[in-house]
Design a protein around this ligand. Sequence first.
Ligand code: COA
Length: 192
Amino acid sequence: MIDDPCEIGAGTKIWHFCHVSKNVRLGKKCNLGQNVFVAPDVIIGDNVKIQNNVSVYTGTIIEDDVFLGPSCVLTNISNPRSQIIRRGLYEQTLLRRGCSIGANATVVCGTIIGQYSFVAAGAVITKDVPDYALIIGVPGKQFGYMSRHGYRLQNPDSDGIRRCPVSGWRYYEEGGVLRCLDLNEDSPMFEK
Ligand SMILES: CC(C)(COP(=O)(O)OP(=O)(O)OC[C@H]1O[C@@H](n2cnc3c(N)ncnc32)[C@H](O)[C@@H]1OP(=O)(O)O)[C@@H](O)C(=O)NCCC(=O)NCCS
């Protein structure tokens, strides 16, 4: 079911039993699996993959290249009460470019999920997640970093460089912020 008005980019695929609400902006080449609900006013970038049984509530902003695993849960009110109407007081949750949310994970609203971070299956996110961080458990705690290619980054070399064990791409942490040193225009993961 697609409500009017909404924008759906070229090449986006929407499978069975989905509902895309009004004023949604859904980018190009996205994939919505079975039973996905997108609430009014949600903004979703390009090449976003949303697996089966996910509800994306108002207040959520999803940047390009994000992956939402099956049955993961996003939220938009941190203290819901049936008798108190909080419609219009939704809290914002920002999923930054390239992050992955594992199956059955829960993201408590008001958080920013960093670029290319990786939330393990079943984890519960209660605070902001740094770029490239791997978060596991309830409540979610950081266990090192994941590369853009989705592999755990090794401990830093003597020169402070961490490498992806599969792609060989190099990463460097400075001031608590991890950056990738191997981006170039030939790469499909070129920084937009
Ligand atoms: C987080 C993840 C990437 C870790 O993978 P990994 O680096 O290969 O980790 P390992 O399997 O070697 O496990 C390392 C330890 O972490 C634990 N662990 C792994 N995943 C975990 C999870 N999701 N929650 C809690 N603990 C986890 C393992 O039990 C193991 O513990 P141990 O050392 O005490 O035995 C992976 O388990 C995961 O959650 N992937 C997401 C899968 C998913 O949701 N896919 C969606 C699309 S279908």
